[in-house]
Ligand binder design. Structure first.
Ligand code: FAD
Length: 469
């Protein structure tokens, strides 16, 4: 046993510390391609108090630590770096309080998203955040990455679903901000600092979340369109006339072709179109909402906004329509080693961006596949490009795409965060003044530089003990 292991066991108790080989392997990395590395040991606190206590001890020891939620992150932020111990929040999954009158729930950060969804739905409520990784990702991880997903067009990103939060700072201080009301103007809303900060400022231990009444009916349609511009017109029409609009997922034809091939799916329409959109509404009245959706789609057909439409006639049929979009996981596997992007773009710039980047990538890398799809309503575009056996070629693609994003006035990450994998490109989205302030905040809240070091803004300031007074 190393002296670090011994000290941590003495101070935190045997149940809280593991250095079993299988456990170390299971905590060696997230879903990204960042190089896997076993942590020195894994801390497994069972309560928020144990998280704070562990951080206090690590600070005293100047021992670096990486925070781990469900390890589904795609930016390498939860992947251990050399010399780090890991702190897993998996044991902290309690539901502490449920308010079925106002629609809020108080949970520990290690609760899996799917467990939360199932729990509140049984009570007639609904937590609208939803991602493919729902079974494994944790609420704390969702908050730390400000996760998005398919329903942002109606319910917003994770930031908009959080009312209150508790955070353990690197020195073991507990910052309790367990607000339960939507309107609160009592000074600076400090929790916003931690949402999307990818664990570099503190460990999120508990959250108060906002719930929606549970929708009982979903209506789904797949539309074929002649152009991206038509898709923007369809979105505007749907937003104007359908308050229940919850998803608007765009796929370019290349993506649709690849999805049909990898998923062995039938072509949905008799002829191919340049662009496809999956539309979904979530509500409570099947007949009237379906009629409302059909009316907008008829209007869109009559006005040449849409070329063809399929409206799902059953839950099974709806799943068949979503199946094209949900081949992403398989496509990610097929195109490995790939460059995968989750960029944000102003809607007005998106079409030009796709056309020009596709042209450049196709001529520079003709042997590779380049697939575009996205959450149009949120300005979030995904690009999957690969396979690249040569890391230098992959780097060239990243450089090329991120520079085009900057030129289009977008951001290099709209969903997955910076972590370690996008760090060298952060300057294309954030000014030197912004990153300087981020590093000062980091130094203020983590003066010994022990927490998720080297992520997002790189290494801590040379003077880690920065004081603001
Ligand atoms: P981890 O991967 O464990 O950690 C992510 C980052 O947050 C790390 O930097 C980690 O240190 C930090 N962190 C984790 N927990 C805490 C905590 N309690 N306190 C402080 N810091 C913490 N993302 C989207 O936004 N939209 C999608 O649609 C989407 N779809 C996905 C589909 C698949 C199949 C996969 C694999 C991933 C997808 N993701 C998506 C990315 C990922 O699921 C999200 O980023 C998720 O929010 C990460 O949660 P996690 O618990 O797995 O965090």
């Amino acid at each position: 046993m190393t002296s670090l292991q011994q000290t941590l066991i003495e101070q935190l108790g045997e149940q809280c510390v593991s250095f079993d080989a299988g456990v170390l392997d299971a905590h060696a990395g997230d879903w990204s391609d960042a190089e896997k590395r076993r942590p020195q040991l894994v801390l497994m606190p069972r309560t928020p108090e144990e998280v704070a206590e562990a951080l206090g001890v690590l600070s005293t020891l100047r021992q670096k630590v990486v925070v781990q939620g469900g390890l589904t992150g795609l930016a390498g932020g939860a992947t251990p770096q050399a010399g780090e111990v890991a702190m897993s929040l998996a044991r902290m999954n309690a539901i502490e309080e449920f308010d079925g009158v106002g629609g809020t729930i108080t949970v520990q950060a290690g609760l899996a998203l799917e467990q939360l969804q199932t729990h509140v739905e049984a009570e007639g409520w609904f937590f609208p955040l939803d991602l493919g990784a729902r079974g494994s990702c944790q609420i704390g991880g969702n908050a730390a990455t400000n996760a998005g997903g398919n329903r942002v067009v109606r319910f917003g990103v994770m930031r908009e679903l959080i009312l209150g939060m508790e955070v353990a700072l690197a020195d073991g201080t507990v910052l309790t901000m367990m607000n339960k009301v939507t309107k609160n103007t009592t000074g600076i809303d400090l929790k916003q600092l931690f949402i999307g900060s990818e664990g570099i400022l503190g460990v999120i231990t508990r959250l108060v979340l906002k719930l929606e009444p549970k929708p009982t009916v979903a209506n789904t349609a797949l539309c074929a369109l002649g152009s991206f511009e038509a898709a923007t017109r369809l979105l505007k029409e749907l937003r104007r006339r359908l308050p229940a609009l919850s998803s608007f997922e765009l796929m370019w034809d290349d993506f649709m072709g690849a999805a049909m091939e990898i998923g062995a799916l039938k072509a949905p329409f008799a002829k191919r179109s340049p662009v496809y959109v999956i539309v979904e509404t979530l509500g409570a009245s099947e007949e009237s909402e379906r009629r409302a959706l059909e009316e907008v789609l008829e209007f869109a057909l009559d006005h040449d906004i849409v070329e063809d439409v399929i409206v799902a006639q059953s839950l099974d049929h709806s799943r068949q329509l979503w199946a094209y979009r949900e081949t992403v996981g398989e496509l990610l596997g097929r195109l490995k080693p790939h460059a995968a992007f989750d960029v944000g773009l102003p809607m007005i710039a998106m079409d030009r961006f796709v056309t020009s980047v596709k042209k450049t990538l196709t001529s520079r890398f003709p042997a590779q596949t380049h697939l575009f799809f996205g959450h149009l309503g949120d300005g979030n575009l995904h690009l999957l490009s690969g396979p690249y056996a040569d890391p230098a070629a992959m780097h060239e693609v990243e450089q090329l795409v991120y520079e085009a994003v900057q030129a289009a006035g977008g951001c290099i990450s709209a969903e997955h965060g910076i972590g370690v994998v996008k760090q060298e490109f952060l300057h294309l989205s954030r000014s030197p003044q912004e990153t300087d302030l981020m590093r000062k905040l980091k130094a203020l809240l983590d003066p010994c530089g022990i927490l998720n070091g080297g992520r997002v803004v790189g290494e801590p300031l040379a003077e880690p003990g920065l004081k603001l007074n």
